[in-house]
Each structure stands twice: as structure tokens, then as C-alpha cells.
Ligand binder design. Structure first.
Ligand SMILES: O=C(O)C(=O)C[C@]1(C(=O)O)C=C[C@@H](O)C=C1
Length: 317
């Protein structure tokens, strides 16, 4: 059984408040206009709402083309009750600096934003606001709204780094535009639900999984990679994250090109499960770029089926 693409989003939570890049990603999903959008204060809070059944889906950031993986998401979906990624969205990222009313760029001493946003404007800040004090916030929009909602004169900081949309929504003065260090940066977001039928295989799919690293297993990383290499499976992301259970305890978070419904992916996942029973399947879903996955002839479904038919024929002699 495959998931119905036209299934309603229902109650959909996201890293809020209104005006985050995450909200922009959610609004790009067909059917978002009919969904009930529920802002969450953090990624773990959004995912907890899905696990508890208080929301049907959550949109959360997972990877940025400049700053890499979003740890809060990678760590949260890797533990606790299983969740499933249903689709991904790519959003072009450009930041503005908004200030409290009346402040000039030269007067800015304290700035707030999300840590991932801060990492993407570090060069601009060093060049234009040297020595400025940084306060992390739950999201870019949370920083801007803290500024907009404060009593005049008691703002917690002078400026916030956020999306141009939030500047419009709050009416805060824009002190600088396009302050990102890398033009054309992209953040990848995933729509997450509770485990259920997989989205249909499209030929341009991605699969996300995690593999815990056992303590006493020399060459474990190589054994994981071998499962993909021998089956011609390309990885688009692999990173290690601490499990939080003690020094040296890690898991790998992996995206591969392909769908669990493909023989080579199913075979690799089955093999991983034999070697590392703690492997966690986090979903197979269409790639946002819709670029077809290149499959080498000898690792195609047809080749797998032909190989199995040959062996079955030998056994049936
Ligand atoms: O704070 C936001 O607006 C978010 O949606 C989060 C987030 C992230 O986690 O990377 C999303 C995109 C940008 O890269 C900066 C922040």
C-alpha cells in the first residue's frame, strides 16, 4: 500500500512563530491552504505534538547548504517513538537585519536570531557589526517578534536577523538586506508524520535512516558503507551525531538516493538490519529536485529479479 498524495495535511505544526523559513516551506506543500497551521516553539516540541497525536504532521528544518545538518531535528527523529518523513521542500535563504524602531545600523550592539541563521551571516556581521553581542533565539521569526512585541525602550536586543517576510509582517525597519555570506544558500525541510504507508516510488526518491554505532565493532562505518557501495546506492548525506548516552557513543544519520520499494535499497536495508539491528528507517519520499536517480544496470530491479529467478531455477532442478 502506498500513501495517498492527496491525503489532507490536517493539523500541521511547524517551527514558528509566523514568518519562519519553516512556515514558508510548509506553505509550499499542496493542500497547505486547507490545513490547520500550528506554530511550535522548537523542533522537539513540533515532533512531540505529532508523536502525541496532537498534530498530524510537522514541518521541520533538517539541512542547510552552508551550515549542514540541523542537530535538533537529526537527534529528535533518531530516538523516541518512530516518525516518518513524507516529503522534502527546499527553500532559498536570504536574510535581512531588522532593528528596533529608531535604531541605526551604526548603533546596533546586540543581535538575536536562530543559531543556523547566525552561522550563515557571521562574515557580514564581523565586517559590519564587529564586537556585537549575540543572543540565540528559537527561530529567526521569534527574534524579530521579540523585538516587535517589546515595550518601546525595553527591547531585549537592538536588531534581529530574519526573513524579509517577517520585516513586512512586523513593520520593523530594515537596516540591511541580503546579508547572507553565501548567495543562493538553500535549507531543506521535511514533512514528518507517524509511521504509515510510504509515498509511492517515483524514480526520483530519497531514503533517510539512522544506524547506531556499536561499541565493539571495528570497521563498522566501512561495513555500513559497503552495503550501499556494492549495490550502487549513492549517499547524499552522512553525518555522525552523539547519542547523548556517553562519551564516544554515536549514530550515523544517512540520506541515500532511492526508495525502499527498489530491490537494491530493500536489500541494503535488510543487510544493515542483520548487522546492526538498531537501524531505524525514517522514510522514503520524492526528492525535491525531481532529478531521476541514476541506477546502474546490474543493480536495477530487473537485474535483481533476473538474478533471483536464476537461483530459483537452480534450486528447482
Ligand atoms: O528560524 C527559522 O526561520 C527557521 O525556519 C529555522 C532555520 C534553520 O533551522 O536552519 C531555517 C532556515 C534558515 O537556514 C535559518 C533557520
Amino acid at each position: 500500500m502506498t500513501r495517498d498524495d492527496a491525503a489532507p495535511l490536517g493539523r500541521c505544526t511547524f517551527l514558528g512563530p509566523a514568518g519562519t523559513f519553516t512556515e514558508a516551506a510548509l506553505r509550499a506543500v499542496p493542500g497547505a491552504e486547507q490545513a490547520e497551521l500550528i506554530p511550535a516553539t522548537s523542533v522537539p516540541a513540533a515532533l512531540a505534538a505529532v508523536r502525541a497525536g496532537e498534530a498530524d504532521h510537522a514541518m521541520v528544518p533538517i539541512e542547510n547548504s552552508v551550515e549542514g545538518g540541523v542537530s535538533a531535528t537529526l537527534d529528535d527523529i533518531a530516538s523516541g517513538d518512530d516518525l516518518q518523513i513524507l516529503r522534502e521542500e527546499l527553500v532559498q535563504i536570504s536574510f535581512v537585519l531588522v532593528g528596533r524602531p529608531g535604531v541605526e545600523l551604526a548603533d546596533v550592539r546586540r543581535v538575536s536570531t536562530h543559531t543556523h541563521a547566525w552561522a550563515q551571516v557571521r562574515g557580514w556581521v564581523e565586517a559590519n557589526l564587529p564586537g556585537v553581542e549575540y543572543t540565540p533565539s528559537g527561530s529567526t521569526a521569534a527574534a524579530a517578534r521579540a523585538l516587535a512585541d517589546a515595550e518601546p525602550g525595553s527591547e531585549p536586543f537592538d536588531a534581529a536577523v530574519c526573513a524579509p517576510l517577517v520585516a513586512e509582517q512586523t513593520g520593523l525597519p530594515v537596516l540591511a538586506r541580503a546579508i547572507e555570506d553565501v548567495t543562493g544558500a538553500v535549507t531543506r525541510f521535511v514533512l514528518v508524520g507517524r509511521p504509515g504507508p510510504l509515498p509511492a516510488h517515483t524514480g526520483s526518491d530519497k531514503t533517510t535512516l539512522t544506524v547506531p554505532l556499536p561499541d565493539d565493532h571495528p570497521g563498522a562505518l566501512r561495513e555500513i558503507l559497503d552495503q550501499f557501495a556494492t549495490r550502487g546506492i549513492n549517499l547524499s548525506r552522512i553525518e555522525s551525531r552523539p547519542t547523548g548516552e556517553g562519551m564516544g557513543k554515536y549514530f550515523f544519520s544517512i540520506d541515500l538516493e532511492g526508495h525502499l520499494a527498489e530491490e537494491r535499497v530493500a536489500a541494503a536495508m535488510g543487510a544493515l538490519h542483520r548487522i546492526f539491528p538498531g537501524v531505524r528507517f525514517l522514510g522514503s519520499y520524492p526528492r525535491a529536485e525531481h532529478r531521476p536517480v541514476a541506477v546502474r544496470r546490474h543493480t536495477s530491479d530487473d537485474a535483481y529479479r533476473a538474478g533471483r529467478a536464476w537461483v530459483d531455477g537452480l534450486l528447482a532442478r
